[in-house]
Unconditional design. Sequence first.
Length: 69
Amino acid sequence: MYVCVCNAVTDADIRQAVDSGVRNLKQLRRNTGCSSTCGCCREQAREVLQEALAEKREASSLIPIMQTG
Ligand code: FES
């Protein structure tokens, strides 16, 4: 789904950016252009970013369990 129509940034693009090291909205804007034009998408971009970061934290906390199990 498109989060930022102005810059054609999707939720998948945001998740990929998080995988590449993006950790906040400013970095997301710099890396993808998301929220850099009209700004209408800022809140939705922030929500998707927070979800992606939470999923990444969850996934990384499972790795030690999976390695020992
Ligand atoms: S919709 Fe994202 S900057 Fe306009």
